[in-house]
Design a protein around this ligand. Sequence first.
Ligand code: RP5
Length: 157
Amino acid sequence: MMEGAKKPVIAVVMGSRSDLPEMEACTDVLKDFGVGYELRVLSAHRAPEEVASFAKGVVDRGIKAIIAAAGGAAHLAGAIASRTTLPVIGVPIKTKVLKGIDSYLSTLQMPSGVPVATVSIGKAGAKNAAILALQILGVHDPRIQEKLGKYKKGLAA
Ligand code: RP5
């Protein structure tokens, strides 16, 4: 586990170290906003027990939103969402064979009652996951809200 300097309020989880190059688009945004996050590699298929204990302990550590990225038969975001009341944002990682359509549908198509807020495939989705997590936190944090406002103005310019 690696962590940002501040107390983590967002958890960024990915299914493999090989997802990190795409997910740096996510952590770069969190760093720019100065929001503490924790970063973990946890595979729903290769380490299911660790995923379960992560999901069960995450509220007690003060985490407010979870970003979960995986590729292929992407089970990670859903496996976490099934075990927590925190909002879970799913990032479908781009894959070689099916270009991430597999990851996208696996992350998106959750059953009724267990939502995963699924963003677009790849780096754009990774970045948007960070912004969406910040927007969730911004509802109760005026400093994040203000920074998001400046960010939006920057996009327009
Ligand atoms: C998924 O399988 C991971 O999220 C990754 O996108 C994909 C391939 O993993 P590696 O075989 O590169 O570890 O679980």
